[in-house]
Design a binder for this molecule. Sequence first.
Ligand code: GRF
Length: 209
Amino acid sequence: MTRIAVLASGRGSNFEALAAAAQAGTLPAAFVLLASDQPGAGALAVAARFGIPSAVITGRRERGRLDAECEARFLAACRAAGAEWICLAGFMRILGEHFLGAYPDRVVNIHPSLLPAFPGLDAQAQAWAHGVRVSGCTVHLVDAGVDTGPIVLQRAVPVLPMDSAASLAARILVEEHRLYPEALRLLLAGGWQREGRRLLLTANPEPAT
Ligand code: GRF
């Protein structure tokens, strides 16, 4: 069982999808910590429901980044929990090199667009406003940029004529909840290697069950 910490700032539906997959036995992971920078995050309630320890770590905001002291506290909490991998699930802070250096190629994120299109905030609304016919979601390894790291898996979601930004976001979210456990299963199984920024998959991802 791989020990995983999740960092989340919001409602926590992706965290819930991961925790549910682990509980169902379809993801060989033990979620050992949910850490949030937001005391009111819904993700904390999800953690309580699943019996997963949680921590709230607040600090100053520095243009979307965690300040150094706050980042050190997140890192210390993850280490104390014995986390081997880190999953970001709606974590609204950019991690710095100190944290990422402690978990090289072991920090994963999900983003609600087909990267490299529409990185950053409100990706679904960006895609809808741009008028694309297809958007989707991406699971990627985290590097020092914003949504720029090596891509693990992507799933396309068509933009329908009657879509609003909200309805598109809702359909993308359904796919996020399938894709994140699937991508994590693949990563944990070790069926990949990295060549530059390309992730070569040496095993096919198992279909989600
Ligand atoms: C998701 O759309 C995720 O892709 C993005 O932030 C949102 C988090 O939603 N990074 P939730 O907290 O997992 O419900």
